[in-house]
Design a binder for this molecule. Structure first.
Ligand SMILES: Cc1ncc(COP(=O)(O)O)c(C=O)c1O
Length: 399
């Protein structure tokens, strides 16, 4: 996990540096990618695909650069792109969004999240975070000055206990961070679960900040519900997504935050002074991507379902106990059977001796011990990568 256990001590050691920056480590996920390169390992750690982006989307970016869409876009997003975002949410979520006042285009979902948090959080505010969580949310809380209140998602189906959730809410709660479909667990929050969350948000006058970057990666008939569409939530929801995962362009760094006008005005100010704006030609290409037909999303989900089965088969044959995901493109595993002292030791052994990089479960928890029995594998990979991984895992069985 990216938070240091003793922030006070960490801050005291180096007054020349920011007390905030001293409270968290570098990203474990990105560190695993570096280790993978160093050891020529197959990288099943960081969540980026190793197959091509759609040809028409790439072509649109090339054409935009050629047409000299090469200067700053409007800080909160090029009009054509915002219009395309609003049209897509109207089509897929039946959400009525004003592209002039309710959308901020950011540099990825990553910047949308930190800009949103900085736009609403004041000192003393608490933010409820489900755990295990996408590791950015810990540092996001610190950087924005929020105090995180963690609520466990319990394996094997990663449900939360409504009483535990209710206990985390109170007068200091500013927001809950939600991520559905979920990284790292693959959980897709049901409408009933979202209604429980909604009731608490309404009761305590809290926002939901909902990271829905895997909204199109769904399996076994799972349905994505945006919490903003529930009664009483539209005015208290910030909905975040991005081009990154849906269109296989994680390196483009284009995402967005959708929020009511007053909230959007604050997000736009933070965003403007953090980054000015996302890449203009890639926003132009994004407008093309968002207009792809429904069949694109159907094929995407079907292809990922095949990859999920492939990865499950490889991991189970290698001796991992897998938590089958309903969404996103990761598989959380239980590594207890391998007899390693903890997840980090096992992950280092895997990357150095077997040649496969995965993410230690502890990087998704506040307390490292809570994730010690888990490793996360990404399956956004092409067949040749699966084949090579299967061959290398043979070394694990023969150990
Ligand atoms: C839940 C979640 N949110 C956000 C991101 C990053 O999104 P982006 O690349 O659009 O900044 C990731 C990437 O893995 C993610 O898993």
């Amino acid at each position: 996990m990216a938070l240091k256990t003793n922030p006070a001590a960490a801050a005291a050691t180096s007054p020349r540096l920011s007390r905030k920056a001293e409270q968290f480590t570098e990203s474990v996920i990105r560190e695993m990618t570096r280790l993978a390169i160093q050891h020529s390992a197959i990288n099943l750690s960081q969540g980026f695909p190793d197959f091509p982006a759609p040809a028409e989307v790439k072509r649109a970016a090339q054409q935009a650069i050629e047409a000299d869409v090469n200067q700053y876009a409007i800080t909160w997003g090029a009009k054509a792109f915002r219009d395309a975002i609003a049209a897509k949410y109207s089509r897929t979520q039946e959400m009525d969004i004003d592209p002039e006042r309710e959308i901020t285009v950011c540099c990825g979902a990553t910047e949308a999240m930190i800009s949103s948090m900085m736009a609403i959080v004041n000192p003393g505010d608490e933010v409820v975070v489900f755990e295990p969580f996408y590791e950015n949310y810990g540092p996001d809380a610190i950087l924005s000055g929020a105090t995180p209140r963690f609520v466990k998602l319990h394996p094997p189906d990663w449900r939360f206990d409504p009483d535990e959730l209710a206990a985390a809410f109170g007068p200091a709660t500013k927001a809950i961070i939600l991520n559905t479909p979920n990284n790292p667990t693959g959980k897709v929050f049901t409408r009933g679960e979202l209604e429980t969350i909604r009731d608490l948000c309404v009761q305590w006058d809290a926002f939901s900040i909902s990271d829905e970057i895997y909204e199109h990666l769904l399996y076994d008939g799972a349905k994505h519900v945006s919490i903003a569409t529930l009664d009483g939530m539209r005015e208290r929801s910030i909905t975040i997504s991005a081009l990154s995962k849906t269109y296989t362009v994680t390196g483009w760094r284009v995402g967005w935050a959708i929020a009511p006008p007053e909230v959007t005005a604050a997000i736009r100010k933070v965003h403007d002074f953090l980054t000015v704006g996302a890449a203009a030609p890639l926003q132009a290409a994004g407008a093309v991507a968002l207009q792809l037909p429904e069949s694109y999303y159907e094929t995407l989900a079907c292809d990922y379902a095949v990859r999920r089965e492939r990865m499950l088969g490889i991991l189970e044959a290698a001796g991992f106990r897998c938590f089958k995901p309903n969404g996103a493109y990761y598989i959380m595993t239980d590594i207890s059977a391998f007899g390693f002292p903890d997840d980090v030791t096992f992950a280092k052994y895997l990357v150095k001796d077997i040649g496969i990089a995965a993410v230690p479960g502890s990087s998704f928890y506040r307390e490292a011990g809570d994730g010690r029995a888990h490793l996360r594998f990404a399956f956004c990979k092409k067949e040749a990568t699966f084949q090579a991984a299967a061959e290398r895992f043979a070394g694990l069985r023969g150990r």
